[in-house]
Design a binder for this molecule. Structure first.
Ligand code: XMP
Length: 507
């Protein structure tokens, strides 16, 4: 799909490779990542970028590619870091291996403010992360830029092969995006990328693959599964959308999910199994045991509802695909099995029965796709919500009473954030129950009741997070309402822990 006039990024294993794809898309062009093993099956690209990587070109197992095939594409090529060193070798130059890694900022001094460096400020900060450097240059090479010591950090070979030693894709390279853009401007054939074009391609692909078969998908009310279900519906395939209500949802969430789908004209089936989940969780207070129970039961319940599915659609996103593929290739120990890749799904996949229409998209593109499908802003901007639901916001054993306290407190807090215009400014916010009773006074009576913790964080990718300095008015109004309206709570706390070391959820 979309394998003509795109930007093919060849992955030599750098931790930043995925960012190159992202940046190209931010610049309005369609880019895809290809494993080095897949080269030269990369369609008909309009430009090629060779990524950085952890290896040295001198290593016995250094990744390599067929240079003649690379030339045959006849399009501009940009080698980044390892990619630059490899190109220099291919053109007949040499690379000096080193055990010393240069990591951090450097100054960029272009030879001329044109081509790759048009509009770039002399001395602009760029980010280095490499050990080896180019040594001798072949006759066809020109130095386009040097660092503050006069060492070449950017080369051009012949007319359409470019190399840069630094990483333009990270924000620490202050004008990196402009440099990438300047490179892409040298490509005649790449075309601007429009979400609507991709939407049409994705829908055609769904129709072609599904044919008359019935396609089943799970929905949770979250962004990805909602966009997936609407996409299938709009593509006109015979579909079933199944919503498993495990009783660990937020206040009125089941009704909201059903109403949202009703508004969009997409029928969904609810499997109401709160009792089953609560029974299975009774008395279990170990966080990992709770997660395993919920995860396994969820799969059982879902597959019971699915029955003999002809096809399954799931909302796997592009980063998940990249991660699964690199996990499969790497010899490193497996850290986790992605839930979209459990055995049952792999079997269906082998039979060609799994559709993953969002697998070309990043999260923000899924939102853009959702908007172009007419899905309302409030659905697309929902905060992430964990699969195990409120169970991970209820340390210790889960019970109906405790869940009710969380639901009521959470609804008050989220309501206040929306009222004060803060909901869209935070990555995630919620109320958790702290299973500790403390003494207080209500009316003229002594009370001995639970504590509720409020948490609001900002994050880029959920890997790290910072707590939000909410205006005191919001905290005061929220606390006041919870203490007055939620039975069983006499204390409200605000969680001021960063991640790490704390996680975003309490369990
Ligand atoms: P933590 O608590 O690990 O959470 O800092 C990071 C992000 O992941 C979400 N989360 C989950 N999402 N299943 C999910 O689908 C889970 O088991 C799960 N656990 C945490 C969490 O809400 C946050 O956005």
């Amino acid at each position: 799909m979309h394998e003509t006039h795109h930007i093919a990024v060849i992955d030599f294993g750098s931790q930043y490779t995925q960012l190159i794809v992202r940046r190209a898309r931010e610049l309005g062009f369609f880019a895809r990542l290809y494993a080095i093993e897949d080269f030269p099956d990369i369609g008909k690209p309009g430009a090629i970028i060779l990524s950085g990587g952890p290896k040295s070109t001198a290593d016995a197992d250094a990744p390599d590619l067929d240079f003649e095939k690379l030339r045959e594409f006849g399009v501009p090529v940009l080698g980044v870091c390892y990619g630059m060193q490899l190109l220099n070798l291919k053109f007949g130059g040499t690379v000096r291996p080193s055990n010393h890694r240069e990591y951090g900022p450097a100054e960029l001094h272009p030879a001329a403010a044109e081509g790759l460096y048009e509009g770039i400020t002399p001395g602009s900060q760029v980010w280095m992360s490499h050990s080896d450097t180019v040594e001798t240059l072949p006759a066809c090479a020109t130095v386009l830029a040097a660092n503050q010591q006069g060492t070449p950090v950017s080369l051009r070979w012949e007319d359409r092969f470019f190399g840069i030693q630094f990483h333009p894709e990270v924000t620490h390279s202050h004008e990196g995006l402009r440099i990438l853009h300047n490179f892409l401007l040298t490509a005649q054939k790449i075309e601007p990328f429009r979400i609507d074009d991709l939407k049409r391609e994705v829908m055609d692909d769904i129709r072609a693959r599904a044919g008359d078969r019935q396609v089943v998908c799970g929905v949770s009310g979250g962004v990805d599964s909602t966009v997936l279900a609407v996409l299938l519906h709009e593509a006109g395939v015979n579909m079933r959308a199944i919503f498993v209500d495990h009783g660990l949802m937020r206040k009125n969430e089941g009704d909201e999910v059903r109403n949202n789908f009703h508004r969009m004209g997409v029928p969904i089936e609810t499997v109401d199994c709160a009792d089953r989940f609560l029974a299975a969780l009774e008395g279990v207070d170990d966080p990992e045991k709770k997660r395993v129970i919920i995860g396994n039961l969820f799969i059982d319940v879902f597959w019971e509802a699915v029955g003999d599915a002809e096809m399954l659609a799931q909302g796997t996103l592009y980063p998940d695909v990249i991660e699964s593929a690199s996990n499969a290739r790497s010899k490193a120990s497996k850290i986790k099995t992605h839930h979209n890749r459990v055995d049952r799904i792999l079997e269906l996949q082998a039979e060609g029965k799994v559709l993953e229409p969002l697998s070309e998209f990043f999260k923000d593109e899924v939102r853009a796709l959702g908007a172009s499908l007419g899905i309302a802003h409030d659905i697309l901007q929902r905060h992430p919500f964990p699969g195990p639901g409120l169970a991970v916001r209820c340390p210790g054993a889960v019970s109906r009473d405790r869940l009710d306290i969380i639901r009521e407190s959470d609804a008050i807090f989220i309501g206040k954030l929306k009222e004060h215009g803060w909901y869209d400014k935070v990555w995630q916010a919620y109320a958790a129950l702290i299973p500790v009773k403390t003494v207080g006074v209500k009316g003229d009576e002594r009370c001995y009741e639970w504590a509720v913790a409020l948490r609001a964080v900002v994050s880029e990718d959920a890997m790290t997070a910072d707590w939000v300095e909410l205006p005191p008015t919001i905290l005061r109004e929220t606390s006041h309402r919870i203490l007055n309206d939620v039975a069983g709570v006499n204390r409200v706390l605000y969680d001021v822990s960063t991640k790490p070391p704390a996680s975003i959820e309490w369990e």
